[in-house]
Design a binder for this molecule. Structure first.
Ligand code: ZN
Length: 310
């Protein structure tokens, strides 16, 4: 028998009045959020692209035009060569061109990038708490800011590793020294043929270890981080102590990884508080609004204001 779709199950059980306009003042919300963080024994950070942006990461604009000038001259200034995100999707004609571009993005966007003062402010604010960081960012800035690797789970890969393009085996390779050599040798946006890595198993091409298609490799390191994350969350939930989910700039690009699970956890556990910081997407479902604070503002200011109160 066919199940009839009602409005309620169309909404996946979420009350229809959720996601209404919320009218709280910034100062009130900061005070509420600071209290939620202060009282928590466990703080699970969920960091999206907005965290890196607030911390000072630059991807586009004049910075991109200056640093990727030769790529814009070679490939045109069309839809791809606008910023480091779009340029990654350019259909590079061959592997010499692919690595010519990516070696530069990895160095500028992650390996040599250092925009960690805000990350450090955040970690200092959370001193003494049991913390863990779930992140969709590839730039490695939480580790650079001093958070131990065993407290971080980067679900979407990073700018430091590469893999078989077809994911034929379950391993990733550290690319730091390779990218530096490529950076030195790059001419006309391309690296020499002898520098192009080949898969040691199938002999095929290799790609960045970033979740951009169905071939993303989750290696032993990934599964170990997943297990540490799951152990942390289970310990926090079974402790019955206070838990704060601190969501930082996780918008609607991949809301299924941090944003929606955080809402679900908050809805299902009375001892959880949700603090959502976002430039303009900090809306909170009304059904969990009493235990949540959503703050629409420049996160650099919000984090600094919170740090002064916690
Ligand atoms: Zn392979």
């Amino acid at each position: 028998m066919k199940r009839k779709i009602t409005f309620e199950n169309f909404l996946s059980g979420m009350p229809a009045r959720d996601y209404i306009f919320q009218d709280y003042s910034y100062d009130d919300q900061i005070v509420r959020a600071a209290e939620m963080i202060r009282e928590a024994d466990y703080v699970l950070i969920g960091a999206g692209a907005g965290m890196s942006t607030a911390a000072g990461a630059v991807y586009g604009g004049k910075w991109f035009e200056e640093n990727f000038r030769e790529f814009r001259e070679k490939y045109g200034t069309g839809p791809y060569m606008q910023d480091m995100y779009s340029a990654g999707f350019y259909p590079y004609p061959d592997e010499e061109a692919y690595w010519g571009y990516w070696s530069k993005q990895c160095l500028l966007g992650g390996i040599d990038a250092d925009f960690t003062p805000l990350h450090k402010t955040l970690l200092k604010m959370l001193e003494g708490k049991k913390i863990f960081c779930l992140s969709t960012n590839a730039d490695g800035q939480f580790a650079k800011a001093g958070l131990p690797e065993e407290r971080i789970f980067c679900t979407q890969g990073d700018y430091f590793h590469y893999q078989c393009a077809k994911g034929c085996h379950n391993k990733t390779y550290n690319g730091i020294s390779m990218f530096r050599q490529m950076d030195q040798a790059r001419k006309d946006c391309r690296v020499p043929k002898y520098m192009v890595p080949k898969c040691p198993v199938c002999g095929g091409r290799m790609n960045m270890n970033l979740r951009i298609d169905g071939y993303f490799v989750q290696d032993d390191h990934w599964y170990a981080a997943e297990k540490r994350f799951s152990d942390y969350l289970n310990e926090a939930l079974s402790s019955k102590k206070k838990i704060c989910l601190l969501e930082l700039g996780a918008g609607f690009n991949t809301p299924g990884i941090i944003r929606f699970p955080f809402e679900k956890l908050t809805a299902e556990n009375r001892n959880i508080r949700l603090v959502r910081l976002n430039l303009n997407e900090a809306v909170i479902p009304e059904s969990i609004s009493e235990r949540s604070a959503g703050i629409n503002a420049d996160m650099k200011k919000s984090i600094e204001d919170l740090a002064a109160l916690v």
